[in-house]
Design a protein around this ligand. Sequence first.
Ligand SMILES: NC(=O)c1ccc[n+]([C@@H]2O[C@H](COP(=O)([O-])OP(=O)(O)OC[C@H]3O[C@@H](n4cnc5c(N)ncnc54)[C@H](O)[C@@H]3O)[C@@H](O)[C@H]2O)c1
Length: 305
Amino acid sequence: MQQPGMLAGKVAIVTGAGRGIGRAVALLMANEGARVIVNDIGAALDGAGRSDDPAASVVAEIQAAGGQAIASTLSITEYTNAQAIVEQAVQAFGRVDIVVNNAGILRDRIFHKMSPQDFTDVLNVHLIGSFNLSSAAAPLMREQKAGAFVHMTSTSGLVGAVGQVNYMAAKMGIVGLSRGIAMDMQAFGVRSNCVAPFAWSRMVDSIPAKTPEQEARLQRAQTVTPEKVAPLVAFLACDAAREVTGQIFGVRKNEVYLFNQPRPIRTLHKSDGWTVGALAEQVASLRTQFTPLEDTAGVFSWPAN
Ligand SMILES: NC(=O)c1ccc[n+]([C@@H]2O[C@H](COP(=O)([O-])OP(=O)(O)OC[C@H]3O[C@@H](n4cnc5c(N)ncnc54)[C@H](O)[C@@H]3O)[C@@H](O)[C@H]2O)c1
């Protein structure tokens, strides 16, 4: 007899589930027994345009494999849409146990050329969108005394990336959103965690490879598939992760990481108070422990394996 899946009986909403990582998460969750709302507006990488096709085709894939899913093509940037998506899940499947905030866009620009529109559009999808859907689902989860949020952050935020001030701000904002939800909803048995994924998708494909080293790195990146991200996300959403909340994980091919979270690492104390001059003298002693301005490739310098 076939074992029931790790998500049997659960209802999951996965945003940006028409492509890339979200698609892999939706397919795996359905395979593990969840009924899934496949939300995706079918936008271009920069957020432009709309198509029903990506969401519909993932729903068809899930159904063809014997799972249950319905499509949603509403943008999570509007609060009323987020409420409608939750309502759609309740109407179709009776509850909401899991929200995966995965939808995303990119508008990479060097900071001095980044327009207010580039900044707010990226914040609106990643951060405001994640707030919208989390907020819309929260009262239900509170009532159920159970629920799990998984939010996609990025090492581009946690570590850094040139030309991504908007994306970095959004992804670090999501870390705060997740941690705050974990703290506020702990009393109701609701959990919230972040995942910083690595996966070959059109998002990564958009990063220009200018040098032979960058080209080699991109070729290696193609072996890091979205399907490698999905098990960690599905695990964080399932009851076996009941002790796990407020954390930041990463996944790159077959590696899973737990990230640290900012804590003071050194203290300077001056009993008669600080002056600018005294700081100028003393802060130098911290220099060896400054966090260098390195990017993701600088921190994850070994090949994905
Ligand atoms: N691919 C990576 O290596 C990587 C690395 C770090 C973080 N991430 C994060 O993982 C998530 C998924 O990335 P991906 O690489 O699979 O991207 P992707 O571009 O392949 O998929 C993102 C999907 O989100 C959808 N979307 C965009 N705006 C939306 C909106 N307003 N409402 C609903 N859907 C919307 C798009 O139509 C698209 O199908 C993103 O949050 C991304 O920032 C990805």
